[in-house]
Design a protein around this ligand. Structure first.
Ligand code: GLA
Length: 429
């Protein structure tokens, strides 16, 4: 069939067909704040007014997002997770927030968040109940999408508890995506479809990417190093499947940033920030912006690291090797640059040196002739001009990470397009 290209464009069938949810959103990984990991389902405002899930909590976070530099750093979505709903729908079957904890209603909260130049995210579930037992969206996808749009919601996290069957799970995720699209409002669609499907059936990421802007694949994050490790190990173990699925418009979501909470040491916080940048992960914090310590705040607002996360090429990084308890990860960046993370997975002893020959990076293309290497984490440090035969040495604390950026100079620009990993071992001191 000979179809003119203008007709293909009009039909939206140009080369990107069926690759990403075509709502023009999440061209880089979304950034924001979400209440779940830090505030869970705390509904007891009588006992704990400061920390319960209420409109006040989200208004306070919105205020701080602006006054404390979060918005300027790129964090945009203030998002509500589970436990915002009343126990029942209203007489017209519409969702309604808990009247005591959200007395002004979600529409007013959205207005408030928008008045700060931010966006509002909300939570629902594909099944008959949310994970915490509040009314789910099953049977009401169009009505709920319409309600969210009429309130001025900008992002929906759609959970997968109580879904009934795998067919209903898939159908529900597809239907909510279509229903959101039909509203005509720009609403980022965050899914947990593969996370719920994976124990029973291999998810079809081509399809998931057609319907979702980002998607959880794995367990909920906890405030612990064990949790971070399990996410990194799972991601590296499944990278052949999930890395090619990520790109502008659709991202793998390893879950919230827990930096600034209780469970991670300073080095482990650095590891989370560095690896979430390498993984092109949505940067969705769950912490208390009212009391976060200045070091964690600076880490979360580190411009150079955020720039890696938000790189416009939109390629997710991958683990290249794991040798002697060192992991090497890399992520191709726009302009032929490369981000590199060296994680020291040894949980005993002192900081250890890792020697990194330039020829080993980006299949030897990142520093084909000359390149400049800059360390971004744990501290900003220029590591000078390198060439294809030189090597650098980084010192990495136990459970910490060195994050580097390699920028080619004077050589031909190149593209690191294929994913060929893992590669084999290298010298380690
Ligand atoms: C699931 C999700 C979490 C959170 C809770 C809320 O466990 O994976 O991220 O939304 O439900 O109940």
């Amino acid at each position: 069939m000979n179809v003119p290209w203008t007709a293909l464009l009009l039909l939206g069938l140009w080369t990107d067909w069926a690759q990403a949810l075509d709502n023009g959103l999440a061209l880089t990984p979304p950034m924001g704040w979400l209440h779940w990991e830090r505030f869970l389902c705390n509904t007891d405002c009588a006992k704990d007014p400061h920390n319960c899930i209420s409109e006040q909590l989200f208004m306070q976070m919105a205020d701080l997002m602006v006054s404390d530099g979060w918005k300027e750093a790129g964090y945009e979505y203030v998002s509500i997770d589970d436990c915002w709903l009343a126990d029942t729908r209203d007489a017209q079957n519409r969702l309604q927030p808990d009247p005591k904890r959200f007395p002004s209603g979600i529409s007013k909260l959205a207005d408030y968040v928008h008045s700060k130049g931010l966006k509002l995210g909300i939570y629902e579930d594909v099944g008959c109940q949310t994970c915490a037992g509040f009314p789910g969206s099953s049977g009401f996808y169009e009505l709920d999408a319409h309600t969210f749009a009429s309130w001025g919601v900008d992002l929906l996290k759609f959970d997968g508890c109580n879904y009934g069957s795998l067919d209903l799970l898939a159908e529900g995720y597809r239907n909510m995506s279509l229903a959101l699209n039909k509203t005509g409002r720009s609403i980022v669609y965050s899914c947990e479809w593969p996370a719920y499907m994976k124990p029973f059936k291999q998810p079809n990421y081509t399809e998931i990417r057609e319907y979702c802007n980002y998607w959880r694949n794995f367990n909920d994050i906890y405030d612990s190093w064990d949790s971070i490790k399990s996410i990194l190990d799972w991601t590296a173990g499944c990278q052949n499947l999930i890395v090619p699925a990520a790109g502008p418009g659709g991202w793998n979501d390893p879950d919230m940033l827990i930096i600034g909470n209780f469970g991670l040491s300073w080095d482990q916080q650095i590891t989370q920030m560095a690896l979430w940048a390498i993984m092109a992960a949505p940067l969705i914090m769950s912490n208390d912006l009212r009391s976060i310590d200045p070091k964690s705040k600076a880490l979360l607002q580190n411009k150079e690291v955020i720039a890696i996360n938000q790189d416009p090429l939109g390629k997710q990084g991958y683990r290249v090797s794991k040798v002697k308890n060192f992991e090497l990860w890399e992520r191709p960046l726009s302009g032929g640059a490369l981000a590199v993370a060296v994680v020291n997975r040894q949980e005993i002893g002192s900081p250890r040196y890792y020697v990194l020959p330039m020829s080993f990076l980006g299949k030897g293309l990142a520093c084909k002739i000359n390149c400049v290497v800059t360390q971004l984490l744990p501290t900003h440090k220029t590591m000078g001009l390198q060439n294809s035969t030189s090597a650098i040495q980084v010192l990495v604390n136990p459970t910490g990470t060195a994050l580097l950026k390699v920028t080619a100079i004077g050589g031909t620009r190149h593209k690191l397009l294929s994913h060929s990993y893992p590669r084999q071992s290298m010298d380690i001191l």
